[in-house]
Design a protein around this ligand. Structure first.
Ligand code: HEM
Length: 522
């Protein structure tokens, strides 16, 4: 056991909290070898999951080099390739990562109650789950809650974001913001070259939230959007997203825990600094809300106040704990995902002009500013959004940490026994794109597969599955649809490159900027 003197040295503390990259890599790999060696003794060489293929990697560290160098999506890809029966695993410095990629087993894992498996793992117990990192960065949110209060929280979210009545009330605002942001692309001229439409799409999503949650209509609307700029909020949001999906913060955290430099579950120094920035953004938004309420005393409550009232808060004054937690969560989720939906739609529609023609005909046949029309009278738009989320699922994977020993009964092999602490990775991307589920054209964009009900036999889980599925998907889809339709009605869009490839990071991104020429329609 390494003793504590290092902890007392301020220089060493600085080194490990804000180290240079090369020192960091050397120190961490060294520590991993030590940690790996210490823990390896306890596991010995017995097979952790008998009968299940194991990706062996190198002694002691197992598949850690793949994970740390290439990230989880790459490791997951290799695990999937070697597990034809829908399950395989690897050891990463004594963390057992199991890939479950058979649709029935994936559904079974999603259906486990929280006490059997949860996103973060047992309370206070360090896990390498990205959700552990996320909580340190933004505090508690529904993502990490388990137990009885979850159903109330989910109901509040669902009433506000997944019910037609609540979304119908938001549509006028979304339409207005979408048009303002679309118009800002060319700033009063007929056409413009947008170096990276991803920023415009993300900024619009930020504005949807700013206005619906806080009554702040000006968020980024005045940015000269022909420049690829994101603004401070987007930058912070991107930083949180990147850290949450990166293995290094977990490695680093294990290291700091081992040397007792951090209290389990509490943020490190740099994480605490980031939380302060989150606090500042939220503070600014709440100030805008107060201003809005002062200027509009008779207006209906803004969404964040609705969330607050539904969770025990007063109509004015401080937000409820639940609503405050959402102000932070909102900096992580639901922005970039909406933006990515729009960005990928533009890329695919440009590559498939026949789909665009069909969609334009539908757009011209209904009033696209009307909630009922956009929500339920545009079947081809629906098919496009479904196909888009199949082929480019923004959340391309998720994870569960086993809390209690359990068996996977749907396994085709001998019953698989999952032990506490194991991380179960579930790849939506694989389920959505494997030929065996979607046919030989599984990597092709073909909205037609979602016209009619045949697709229901195939695994589609863009917004999760089961008791912890997405509580905001209807709002997200509505916002993405309205912005996409508004762009298409306002401009003829020419996506400059047709070779955009997917990058599986924390979310499913494009590899490179998405340059688009936009020309106003006559
Ligand atoms: C295109 C946009 C979106 C996508 C692709 C998406 C996807 C997902 C997925 C896959 C899950 C389940 C993850 C798991 O099982 O571990 C999830 C859960 C969740 N989503 Fe979304 N989401 C989107 C938009 C939103 C929005 C707009 C909100 C905000 C209202 C939201 C809030 C949540 C929350 C709070 C959960 C956790 C629910 C729980 O634990 O019970 N999402 N989302």
């Amino acid at each position: 056991m390494v003793t504590a003197p290092a902890v007392t040295s301020e220089a060493f503390y600085r080194l490990v909290t804000d180290p240079s990259p090369s020192l960091l890599v050397t120190a961490v790999l060294g520590a991993l070898i030590v940690l790996g060696f210490l823990s390896f003794k306890s596991r010995g060489s017995e097979k952790v999951l008998p009968g299940v293929p194991e990706l062996k990697g190198i002694p002691i560290l197992g598949a850690a080099p793949i994970y740390l160098k290439h990230g989880m999506p790459e490791l997951l890809g290799r695990l999937i390739a070697m597990g034809p029966d829908g399950i395989s695993y690897a050891n990463v410095v004594d963390n057992i990562l199991v890939s479950v990629h058979d649709p029935d087993m994936v559904k079974e894992v999603h259906s486990f109650p929280d006490d059997v498996a949860s996103r973060e793992g047992a309370e206070g117990k360090m896990s390498w789950s990205p959700f552990w990192t996320l909580r340190r960065l933004i505090g508690n949110s529904l993502f990490n809650y388990v137990g009885p209060e979850v159903s109330h929280q989910r109901n509040v979210f669902i009433r506000e974001f997944n019910k037609d009545k609540a979304n119908a009330e938001k549509v006028e605002t979304i339409v207005r913001i979408a048009q303002t942001h679309a118009d800002a692309l060319t700033c009063d001229v007929d056409s413009a070259d947008i170096p990276d439409i991803r920023y415009s799409a993300d900024n619009s999503a930020i504005a949807f939230w700013g206005e619906t949650l806080y009554g702040n209509p000006h968020r980024h609307a005045s940015l000269p959007q022909t420049r690829p700029v994101g603004g401070k909020v987007l930058e912070l949001s991107e930083h949180i997203i990147t850290l949450a999906g990166n293995p290094w913060p977990s490695v680093w955290y294990s290291f700091q825990l081992f040397f007792m430099m951090v209290t389990p579950g509490e943020p490190t120094r740099s994480e605490a600094a980031l939380r302060l920035k989150v606090g500042k953004v939220v503070e600014g938004n709440v100030t805008k809300l107060e201003e809005y309420e002062r200027n509009n005393p008779e207006a209906p409550l803004k969404t964040i106040c609705n969330l607050s009232v539904m969770s025990g808060g007063a109509k004015t004054g401080p937000l409820s704990k639940f609503a405050s937690e959402f102000t932070n969560l909102n900096l992580f989720g639901g922005r970039h995902s909406i933006g990515l939906n729009v960005t990928w739609s533009l890329i695919e529609l440009d590559k498939h002009p026949e789909c665009l023609t069909k969609l334009m005909a539908e757009i011209h046949s209904v009033d696209t500013t009307d909630f009922t029309s956009v929500n339920s009278k545009m079947p081809y738009l629906d098919a496009i959004i479904m196909e888009l989320n199949r082929l480019h699922p923004t959340v391309h994977a998720t994870v569960r940490v086993v809390n209690k020993e359990t068996r996977l009964t749907s396994s085709k092999r001998i019953p698989v026994v999952l032990k506490p602490g194991m991380l179960i990775y579930l790849s939506y991307f694989y389920l959505h794109t494997a030929e065996k589920f979607w046919g030989s054209n599984s990597m092709e964009f073909d909205p037609q597969r979602f016209v009619g009900g045949d697709w229901k036999e195939s695994p589609f889980m863009s917004f999760g599955y089961g008791p912890r599925n997405c509580v905001g998907y209807k709002f997200a889809v509505l916002a993405a649809k309205v912005y996409l339709v508004t762009l298409l009605k306002t401009y003829k869009l020419d996506v400059r490159d047709h070779d955009h490839e997917m990058k599986l990071g924390t979310l499913l991104e494009t590899q490179k900027p998405v340059a688009v020429k936009v020309t106003r329609r006559g």
